[in-house]
Design a protein around this ligand. Structure first.
Ligand code: DGP
Length: 119
């Protein structure tokens, strides 16, 4: 059951501020409040989806394409295409997902090392 009061739902409603990077009708991207790399952005869909599985199962093809184009727009805006970046989508308890609104982390700005650890 999607929690309408999760922090990213509040950001989408404008109840909480964020440092916005890019936005259109399908996505919003902004800087992570606790960056784990020189560049650490989050991309979220505008629709109410709890995690990657919920999003991919229930979102329309237009929403899914719009979201991933939003990831790409964000990566381009942050000038990460040349040196590269890492995408992470924590999903459910074993991943320790903290915020129950689907989001993709974009990490970059230096060599991230061989593992997918964020902290
Ligand atoms: P995850 O573990 O994948 O659910 O990561 C959630 C991320 O959300 C975490 O890196 C910190 C970030 N975060 C939590 N609250 C806020 C907030 O109010 N604003 C911003 N910009 N980021 C937040």
């Amino acid at each position: 059951m999607y929690d309408q009061n999760n922090i990213f739902a509040k950001i989408l409603r404008g109840d909480i501020a964020c440092q916005k990077i890019a936005e259109d009708k399908h996505f919003l991207s902004f800087h992570d409040v606790h960056p784990k790399a020189p560049t650490h952005a989050l991309v979220i869909p505008k629709g109410s989806y709890e995690n990657a599985h919920d999003f991919t199962t229930h979102a329309s093809e237009e929403e899914i394409v719009g979201f991933w184009k939003g990831v790409n727009t964000t990566v381009t805006t942050l000038n990460l295409t040349q040196d590269g970046y890492r995408l992470i989508a924590n999903t459910g308890p074993h991943s320790r997902q903290e915020v129950p609104h689907f989001h993709v982390h974009i990490l970059g700005g230096h060599d991230l090392g061989p593992k997918m650890v964020m902290s």
